[in-house]
Design a binder for this molecule. Structure first.
Ligand code: ATP
Length: 355
């Protein structure tokens, strides 16, 4: 069993507390993305699992084995780190074959595995070159191929696609997902790119300031963010948050009365995804939105404006559907999808009973 268990792992660098006590279990064969803004502790957590950094307190298990005190090479995992360079004195072929050679695999197996990994990463034509003769993105692909060639039970990756252009990144993302799920590899993947995390992962752990804010499937994270931070970090555009006073168990969303959720205090935050807001017909109940800017984003139109007493709001409408006059300063009547209201308290924590 190649599950990964992180138990109450904390890390301080002198005065800097990089990780508070983190608890996290990655199931055998699961793909977990660690997602969060720069400096939130993602890389530190991954380096602790790898054994490249020691934790201040807590422990790490791979399967049932406590690996906390073991050096990286004894932990039985493969890794691709941003700064984990490929060996400059070896050819690309030798780099990709390296782990298999170390494991004393026979020549035929090495050749077959190198060929497979090279094809997957589109580096077949580069096998005889040395790393100095490669671009940054090509070198990064060699590092990924080297890790995949050994068919590891556990794979740790830190932004492994960061040096690739957008198209190649998209392609590699899909191929990585397919190959890792087929092989049943337990993977932790660090990224600050929410699209990448949403697309690749079985579950996402969203981190902020050395803590895990929420762990869940991509749709749980997207549809039911546990905090304002998660709603604002995941999704493009981010989730809207409107601050509303509660009176007689109701809030007034600029002309539209909504029942406040149980447990609401004097003020609540209403989280609304831009695509969960639609145009209201003149005969329907709706709230007023004043348009500032309209942008065409291919299949959708992004409208930026204000609602509920001048608070910023972004909505996304299908470009092919009926659209209001897109004049700056114009008022538009909107209605939220009642099943998709995400209520939070003033501190930005989801209230019980919110969908
Ligand atoms: P990024 O996406 O920018 O790589 P990250 O989420 O991976 O960020 P970490 O690299 O884990 O963040 O850093 C977490 C915190 O620990 C940051 O405040 C960082 O400055 C600090 N830190 C990391 N490594 C060290 C170190 N060797 N010495 C001192 N502080 C460090």
């Amino acid at each position: 069993m190649a599950s990964i268990t992180i138990e109450r792992v904390a890390k301080s660098f002198g005065e800097v507390r990089a990780l508070a006590e983190v608890d996290l279990t990655v199931a055998d064969g699961e793909f977990l993305a660690l997602l969060g803004p720069s400096g939130c502790g993602k890389t530190t957590l991954l380096r602790i699992v790898a054994g490249l950094e020691s934790q201040t307190t807590g422990r790490v298990l791979i399967g049932a084995r406590d690996v906390s005190a073991l050096p990286p090479r004894k932990r039985g995992l493969a890794m691709v780190f941003q700064n984990y360079a490929v060996f400059p004195h070896l050819t690309v072929y030798e780099n990709v074959a390296f782990g298999l050679r170390m494991a004393r695999a026979d020549k035929a197996r090495i050749a077959a595995q190198v060929e497979k990994a090279a094809a997957l990463l589109h580096i077949e034509a580069l096998l005889r070159r040395h790393p100095a003769q490669l671009s940054g993105g090509q070198r990064q692909r060699v590092a990924v191929a080297r890790a995949l060639a050994v068919e590891p039970a556990v794979l740790l990756m830190d932004e492994p696609l960061s040096n690739l252009d957008a198209l190649l990144r998209l392609e590699m993302r899909a191929e990585l997902k397919a190959v890792l799920s087929e092989a049943g590899t337990t993977t932790i993947y660090v990224t600050h790119d929410q699209t990448e995390a949403m697309g690749l992962a079985d579950r996402i752990a969203v981190m902020q300031a050395g803590r895990i804010e929420q762990i869940g499937s991509p749709s749980e994270i997207y549809d039911r963010p546990a905090t304002r931070f998660v709603g604002g970090f995941v999704g493009s555009p981010p989730m809207n948050f409107l601050e509303l006073p509660v009176q007689d168990g109701k809030v007034d969303l600029g002309g539209l009365a909504l029942a406040a959720p149980p447990g609401a205090g004097a003020r609540v935050l209403l989280g609304l995804r831009g695509e969960d807001i639609a145009l209201a017909r003149p005969t329907e109940a709706g709230f007023a939105f004043t348009l500032k800017v309209a942008e065409l984003l291919g299949p959708q139109v992004l409208l930026t404006g204000v609602a509920a007493g001048g608070q910023p709001l972004r909505i996304v409408l299908p470009a092919a559907g009926p659209l209001p006059p897109l004049t700056a300063g114009g008022d538009i009547l909107l209605k939220p999808d009642p099943a998709r209201l995400r209520w939070m308290n003033e501190a930005g924590k989801a209230l019980e009973g919110s969908p």
